[in-house]
Design a protein around this ligand. Structure first.
Ligand code: 6PG
Length: 242
């Protein structure tokens, strides 16, 4: 499969979110089961809002989905900073995904333990899904991080069997996190990066059109050998692309 990502640009963030929701619904429609990785950040709620409503709502086989997170902030489940909490409020509370198919990071453990427990969950889920993630919805920070894979951080060089890693000093607050590694994200058959805003434009250009330098540009690590990557951008994020 090609390693060249597809790049789609929309005039506004709302349009990029709506198009992302349509792509997700089309991808998941008709599936008898699917392993889906979601992210925190500012862009996913607008996507989830569209997915929760007709017509997209009726296309998605909600009962067939198993949900993981690309990363999690180590704060309680009821904290507004918690990615699971955000997803619950904006998606999970509104659609019939069985709760036993939702796998939040156990943020009540110390970070090393939370990462170990999540590693076991991710391994077990991958085993049940033929070793592959069906869809990963990712964001990217203005520093080029994706999930909680930050520039220059040791998680970028995790061993191949490490699918989940603890993070203790993230530059984006809160500092303590658990993240999927690139080895896990590269199990995806489909990756959608949804990135919006002028502050991301220089990094979008570097990641997509600059030299390969994943220590500085962690989002470049996401290159699934058996998967397709699509970047959904608003015009502001795309404005420095050649
Ligand atoms: C997190 C996210 C993170 C996010 C990017 C983009 O928990 O912090 O999962 O990786 O996707 O930082 O976030 P924004 O869209 O808010 O810039």
């Amino acid at each position: 499969m090609s390693t060249n990502p597809e790049i789609l640009v929309y005039p506004t963030v709302e349009e990029a979110q709506a198009a992302t929701a349509s792509q997700i619904a089309a991808l998941l429609a008709q599936r008898s089961r699917a392993l889906v990785v979601l992210s925190g950040g500012s862009a996913p709620p607008g996507v989830f809002h569209q997915l929760c409503q007709a017509p997209l709502r009726n296309l998605v086989p909600w009962h067939a989905l198993s949900i993981l997170w690309a990363d999690e902030r180590l704060v309680p489940f009821h904290d507004r900073e918690n990615n699971y909490f955000q997803t619950r409020q904006t998606l999970l509370d509104h659609v019939p995904i069985p709760s036993e198919q939702v796998f939040p990071v156990a943020t009540y453990y110390p970070v090393e333990e939370a990462a170990r427990v999540y590693q076991n969950q991710v391994e077990a889920l991958l085993e049940r899904h033929g070793g592959q993630i069906d869809l990963a919805l990712l964001g990217m920070g203005p520093d080029g991080h994706t999930a909680s894979l930050f520039p220059g951080f040791p998680q970028l060089e995790a061993s191949p069997e490490t699918l989940v890693a603890p993070v203790t000093d993230a530059p984006k607050p809160p500092p303590t996190r658990v993240t999927l590694t690139a080895h896990a994200l590269n199990r995806a058959r489909r990756v959608i990066f949804l990135v919006a805003g002028a502050d991301k434009a220089p990094m979008v250009r570097q990641v997509l059109q600059g030299a390969y330098d994943p220590q500085r540009l962690p989002a470049q690590l996401v290159r699934p050998p058996a998967g397709r990557v699509t970047w959904m951008l608003d015009a502001a994020a795309a404005r420095e692309l050649a």
